[in-house]
Write a protein that binds this ligand. Structure first.
Ligand code: C2O
Ligand code: CU
Length: 497
């Protein structure tokens, strides 16, 4: 059972109210929602008791703290879970109980959110909503059963902390599936600014102040004064609001890349995570085609492709049969200037240049929204009991992002009732793409589409998803552009009794 009472939770939520925008990601709802289902409601206990469990406990410890990272040249002071980015790899089997002690050594409150996991609500890591923020010097133990196999990640749900080195991968293995591959690589993509003269909080502040004085050009140009045109991706419309000095693959800049080694003929499963705050990545491996097998943890009808586009918060698993030689694995910062890179080595050859641009990047590009669920995980046909329309809006001047015209602090929670089939319609009225993420559930894209927890919604596009409301609690639903979420593009999917 969780180690704190409802009274403490409410005190934590109230304590956050005065703390200002930057720490408020997730604050301020419990007191306004009529009859919300409490994160400690007995119904949650019933759902927990019915979960399949292995009986195994997987123990881990995370210590968010100030660290110095060598990105492969640039040395940066930042905040991390380890002296590397990404943080420790956590690994469990479906049905295992994860027991993770988090000790906060940061000079700020923090939290850990388990992105994509349909876990018990009070372990979801949203300060002010599902737990009190973890104060500097304090500790909090997360304990939950991970129900579904797949590739997931963890990060704070506090301000713009995700845009530092506070992220790590959580892999949940399927005890029933050995997997049709010989080896596995984990590839984490990130856009990097911290310690290069600005922190993510500085970036947020300049987005606010540039909006105040500059207007569209200044905003789209981010920190470097690039033209609007330079910031547009034909695949996405828009391309983010921030020009980053670096793009990282497993914590390294492309001039000093990691090497992923294998043997010719081997089948590799590559688990790819976009942990960026404001950047979609287009991924390709020179000289190879990728077979996409999973997105956001769940299996899809396999698709062969040259390149794959992943928005912030999205994951994909691909398999590749390795050729002989040395190849660039490139993650292009979609619509921006720059890329991340790893070297894939199975034989002799020269290391690719930092700006290597394999032709595969410009051939067939698969977007995850076009993938289809496998039979086993397809959501059955059912008429929705309830439909919520989420109109995505916003402005650059002032810098402010909304759902149904309201920022998070003013938004009325979206009610759902346990057992319902719920339809969400994301209607994008902006010129920017938004990777929309729902906590605690895996939705289905309309008409037999992939099961996912994060989906890109392009400008002027409407994306319809269905979910079964089977995991009671209070669940954040938001854009995974951290600057959009932090300035308002977030709402609570709130189970009601
Ligand atoms: Cu990856 Cu609300 O988060
Ligand atoms: Cu957004």
């Amino acid at each position: 059972m969780p180690a704190f009472s409802r009274r403490r939770l409410l005190a934590g939520a109230a304590g956050l109210t005065g703390a200002g925008l930057v720490t408020a990601w997730g604050a301020g709802l419990l007191d306004r929602t009529p009859r919300p289902l409490d994160p400690h409601d007995a119904l949650i206990g019933q759902v927990e008791a019915a979960r399949a469990r292995t009986g195994t406990i997987v123990r881990a410890a995370l210590t968010p703290r100030p660290v110095t990272l060598d990105l492969g040249g640039p040395v940066v002071r930042t905040w991390g879970y380890a002296d590397t980015a990404p943080g420790p790899l956590l690994r469990a089997r479906a049905g295992d109980l994860l027991h993770v002690e988090v000790t906060n050594q940061l000079p700020a409150t923090t939290s850990v959110h388990w992105h994509g996991i349909a876990l018990r609500n009070d372990m979801d890591g949203v300060p002010g909503l599902t737990q009190p923020p973890i104060a500097p010097g304090a500790a909090f133990t997360y304990e939950f059963t991970a129900p579904d196999p797949g590739t997931y990640f963890y990060h704070p749900h506090s301000g713009v902390q995700l845009d530092r080195a506070l992220y790590g991968v959580l892999v949940v293995d399927d005890p029933a599936d050995p997997g049709a591959y010989d080896t596995e690589w984990i590839v984490v993509l990130d856009d990097w600014v911290d310690g290069t003269g600005r922190t993510p909080n500085d970036v947020l502040a300049s987005l606010h102040s540039m909006a105040g004085m500059g207007g569209m050009m200044g905003m789209r140009g981010g920190m470097t004064g690039m033209s609007m045109e330079a910031y547009t991706s034909p695949l996405l419309g828009g391309a983010g609001d921030v020009a980053y000095p670096h793009y990282l693959l497993n914590g390294r800049i492309p001039a000093a890349p990691v090497t992923l080694s294998g043997r010719p003929g081997q089948r590799v499963r590559i688990r790819i995570v976009n942990a960026g705050a404001d950047t979609a990545f287009r991924v390709a491996l020179g000289g190879h085609r990728l077979t996409v097998t999973h997105t956001d943890g769940f299996p899809v009808a396999p698709v062969d492709t040259d390149a794959l586009l992943l928005g912030m918060g999205e994951r994909a698993d691909v398999t590749v049969t390795l050729a002989g030689g040395v190849f660039p694995l490139v993650a292009l910062a979609e619509g921006k200037t720059g890329q991340a890179l790893a070297v894939v080595r199975t034989g002799a050859g020269d290391v690719p240049r930092a700006d290597a641009r394999p032709v595969e990047l410009d051939r067939a590009v698969t977007t995850t929204g076009s993938l289809r669920a496998t039979e086993r995980v397809r959501l059955d046909e059912r008429h929705p009991d309830r439909t919520h329309r989420l109109e995505l809006g916003g402005s650059m001047m002032p810098y402010r992002w909304t759902i149904n015209g309201a920022t998070f602090d003013d938004a009325r929670p979206l009610p759902v009732v346990h057992g319902e089939r719920v339809r969400l319609q994301f209607v994008n009225r902006t010129t920017m793409f938004h990777p929309m993420h729902v906590h605690g559930h895996t939705f289905a894209l309309a008409g037999g589409g992939a099961r996912k927890d994060t989906v890109i919604v392009r400008p002027d596009q409407t994306v319809t998803v269905d979910l079964d409301a089977g995991n009671p609690g209070q669940w954040m639903t938001h854009c995974h552009n951290i600057y959009h979420a932090e300035t308002g593009m977030m709402i609570n999917l709130a189970y009601r009794m």
